[in-house]
Ligand binder design. Structure first.
Ligand SMILES: Nc1ncnc2c1ncn2[C@@H]1O[C@H](COP(=O)(O)OP(=O)(O)OP(=O)(O)O)[C@@H](O)[C@H]1O
Ligand SMILES: O=P(O)(O)OC[C@H]1O[C@](O)(CO)[C@@H](O)[C@@H]1O
Length: 782
């Protein structure tokens, strides 16, 4: 490749910082370098573009940042860039640095600015030529400015992506705070008013409301009717009378009433106080923006970063129009930036014009759905519904999974709201045989939305010839019309077995038998993700971040074993999100040859002054090459260069309070469950649909039982095909400096790009650094 062909691409972060910007910078920079690009960082948002603060990035500059909140290249809100004169300076500085590819990571404002720069590009260059600042051939050499945008904002307010980078971490911070507040609120029987961020978007307030079981939320998209204050107070009172010991109101900072007048959290608190509540207020503020990114933010940031690099090499695409790199379900997608910006801006207009009916729809399907779920599940809107005469029972099966309790809460309340009689069966299929079944009412599940574990209990028993008669008798006794199993692979085997018994027990033909994914291992059919995996991955990352820090003591290679049985999802994803150099999973196999190659790679790395290496191994990756074997092998062979430690994370992966995603997605799953049942009832006059439900392509899908069974590999207890397999290589490619890896024959020309030079940006906590300036606090500077 001639120097002329080498692409020069710059990245900037702009607007409010968000947790996940660093992993996005890391993934983008390294993926672009692997394609042969020269990568630059523009410091302090658009200010750096206007003031020519542009520095080269190299492989080492972005080491050690995947777990850090904020942005190592700085961000700002630039007033000067809003002026044409400012953008002209920006264009000049880009040309001066021979850059005409720009990745902008920021909120809707930043992307609007990027779009504007792109649309003015030719005219700005024309003016610069007329001013004599650049030569006329620049008009041809830099005729287009290729722009990609990643939405980095906690607000989740941009069209074109299901989720923005930082929104999940912000939700985690909010839930941590509210979960803590709830315990003191319950003790004192207090009412708490919590104000959350979000600017003009109510996403954070809405999902926090769903995830914590709040009584009332105030969001800009759905202003309350006149007289709402009294209505709210009356209903909080009703909640208390039915047994709640505290009340929780979540106010989005942009909340307004139906006249468009702001509703402040202090106004809400004062009103409640005047009505006799012992009310307190907590404004969460910038705590929501900080801290280490969650698994989901690291995951989406990483795959969006890699996709941005791909975009700049997709010549036709890159020259056509700027794109927004976004997420749809688990997939990364490209959308025209201009359209996304326009659509997002139109929401602000709708709010200004008080066309509130249209606003919730415009925020997208998930926003609308959570809005409906919140109303159906909160005490405030609880309706008196006539029973429809149908009875449904829920049970768990398999290992415990965080999200089981929120799921049962949503199942119970959404079911009651539709007229069903709801039952909970304790201790799985075994409990069904023993008749350990209890009716669930609205208040049985009060407070379950925040609870880890499984109040109904779970185990690995399945229907069999010795318990099927007892199961049938109990189903008959309660006149059960539908069974919902929320659990893991064992539960899927259990429902498949029950389905098989339909030939012998025709009564089962008139009972719907459905499985829903509730397992940390993400190894069940009919879904891309299962509830519990997100919490488990966050637990794992918390542990890995701590383990990695202990490497400052010496040069260490860690071999960390994670759960997942025969499915490598947890290992692959925790590797991707922690920056591990290798993940060992059964699907890819572990051989003596691969171990030898990896050993050579680690030797190279440690020779190059790396201080840490990380291997994440799935518990059943290989029956022969166990975690201890790998530890011993690497310890023996690497003893002159590095030390090795093994760590088996164990059951900490299954516990803890469910993550935001596991809480809200379990409610979403239950919402769809009832939609499927309604359709079934309409079509067949009774419930009979059998199979499983799960998340596919960003939606919730039903897979009929025969297909579900076909999809299951009994031998390995996982689905036959797994969507995430390609990510293993992508993750390893951006985690290992190519020159360290002897298995790469033609590494790109990275000799000069490996180590930061003194004037270049370098992560202050990069483990490869040798020394630091004693006058500079390494925590806070570049
Ligand atoms: N209409 C615009 N024209 C030109 N530049 C803009 C425009 N809107 C925003 N920008 C630039 O983007 C910067 C960041 O915008 P803004 O303050 O709106 O934050 P944001 O990108 O929306 O992020 P966040 O969601 O975190 O607030 C602004 O300071 C400005 O430099
Ligand atoms: O940090 P600043 O500049 O005060 O901005 C706060 C705003 O930024 C955000 O955190 C992100 O847009 C909003 O939720 C909030 O309104």
């Amino acid at each position: 490749m001639s120097t002329k062909d080498i692409k020069r691409i710059a990245v900037l972060t702009s607007g409010g910082d968000s947790s996940g910007m660093n992993p996005a910078i890391r993934a983008f920079a390294r993926a672009a370098m692997l394609k042969g690009a020269e990568v630059f960082a523009i410091r302090e948002g658009y200010n750096g573009l206007v003031n020519d603060s542009i520095l080269p990035l190299n492989w080492g500059s972005v080491a050690g940042i995947i777990s850090r909140g904020g942005t190592i290249i700085g961000t700002a809100r630039s007033a000067e860039f809003r002026t044409r004169e400012g953008r002209k300076k920006a264009a000049f500085n880009l040309i001066k640095n021979k850059i005409n590819n720009l990745l902008v990571i920021g909120g809707d404002g930043s992307l609007t600015g990027a779009n504007l720069l792109r649309s003015e590009w030719c005219s700005l260059l024309g003016e610069l030529v007329n001013d004599g600042k650049i030569s006329p051939d620049c008009l041809e050499n830099y005729s287009t400015l290729s722009i990609a945008g990643i939405v980095g904002s906690i607000d989740n307010d941009m069209c074109g992506t299901d989720l923005t980078v930082g929104a999940d971490t912000a939700t985690r911070r909010i839930l941590e705070a509210i979960d803590s507040i709830l315990s003191t609120a319950v003790s004192h029987q207090r009412s708490f008013v919590i104000e959350v961020m979000g600017r003009n978007c109510g996403w954070l307030a809405l999902v926090s409301g769903v995830a914590t079981g709040a009584d009332y939320i105030l969001i800009p998209e759905s202003p309350p009717e006149k007289g709402w204050e009294q209505h709210m107070a009356d209903n909080l009172e009703k909640g208390r009378l039915s047994g709640r010991r505290c009340s929780l109101v979540i106010v989005s900072e942009g909340a307004i009433d139906s006249d468009g007048k702001p509703i402040t959290s202090s106004y809400v608190r004062q009103f409640l106080e005047d009505k006799g509540h012992d009310a307190r207020i907590t404004i969460l503020g910038h705590v929501q923006r900080g801290g280490t990114p969650t698994f989901l933010d690291r995951y989406i940031a990483t795959i969006m970063g890699v996709e941005s690099a791909n975009y700049f090499y997709d010549t036709k695409e890159a020259q056509k129009e700027p794109v927004l790199i976004g997420m749809s379900g688990t997939d990364v997608i490209r959308s025209p930036l201009m359209e996304c910006v326009k659509k997002t801006q139109s929401i602000a207009t709708l709010i200004k014009e008080k066309r509130f009916n249209e606003v919730v729809d415009c925020r997208g399907g998930m926003f609308k759905e959570f809005h409906e779920i919140f109303r159906a599940c909160s005490n405030l809107y609880r309706r008196k519904v006539e029973p429809n005469g149908l009875n449904i029972v829920i049970l768990h099966s398999g290992g415990p999974s965080p999200g089981m309790n929120p799921c049962v809460r949503a199942f119970t309340r959404l079911g009651i709201d539709r007229g069903y009689t709801m039952y909970g069966c304790f201790n799985g299929f075994g409990g069904l045989a023993l008749g350990e079944i209890q009716q669930l009412n609205w208040m049985t599940v009060n407070g379950w939305s925040v609870m880890g574990g499984a109040e109904l209990g779970t185990n690995r028993s399945v229907p069999n010839d010795s318990n099927i008669d007892a199961i049938m008798a109990n189903l008959e006794k309660l006149k059960i019309d539908a069974i919902l199993m929320f659990g893991g692979f064992n539960g899927y085997l259990g429902i498949a077995k029950l389905y098989e018994y339909r030939e012998k027990y025709p009564r089962l033909k008139k009972i719907s038998i459905i499985g829903a994914p509730g397992t940390i291992a993400n190894n069940v059919p009919g879904t891309n993700i299962s509830i519990g995996a997100d919490t488990s991955l966050n637990n794992t990352l918390d542990a890995l971040d701590k383990i990695k820090q202990s490497a400052v003591a010496s040069r260490r290679l860690f071999v960390v074993e994670v759960m997942g049985a025969h499915c490598g999802y947890l290992a692959a994803m925790s590797s991707l999100a922690s920056g591990a150099e290798r993940s060992y999973i059964m699907e890819k196999g572990v051989t003596l040859e691969s171990l030898t190659k990896d050993l050579k790679m680690f030797v190279e790395r440690f020779k190059r002054e790396h201080r840490i290496g990380l291997i994440i191994k799935s518990e059943s990756a290989s029956p022969t090459y166990t975690t201890h074997f790998i530890y011993s092998l690497f310890k023996e062979e690497g003893k002159h260069l590095f030390d090795v430690r093994e760590s088996i994370l164990g059951h900490l992966q299954q516990g803890g309070s469910p993550s935001a995603i596991d809480r809200i997605f379990s409610t979403r799953l239950m919402n769809h469950y009832f939609e499927f049942l309604e359709k079934d009832l309409k079509e067949n006059n009774h419930l009979q649909m059998s199979g499983c439900i799960g998340f596919i392509d960003g939606g919730v899908h039903f897979t009929p039982m025969p297909e579900m069974i076909e999809e299951m590999s009994d031998k390995y207890r996982r689905p036959r095909s797994q969507w995430w397999m390609d990510l293993v290589d992508i993750s390893q490619n951006i985690s290992v400096f190519p020159l360290d890896d002897p298995s790469i024959f033609n590494p790109p020309n990275l000799n000069d790009l490996g180590r930061p030079k003194s004037h270049e940006i370098s992560s202050p906590t990069s483990y490869s650094q040798k020394s630091f300036d004693p006058n500079v606090n390494p925590q806070f500077t570049l």
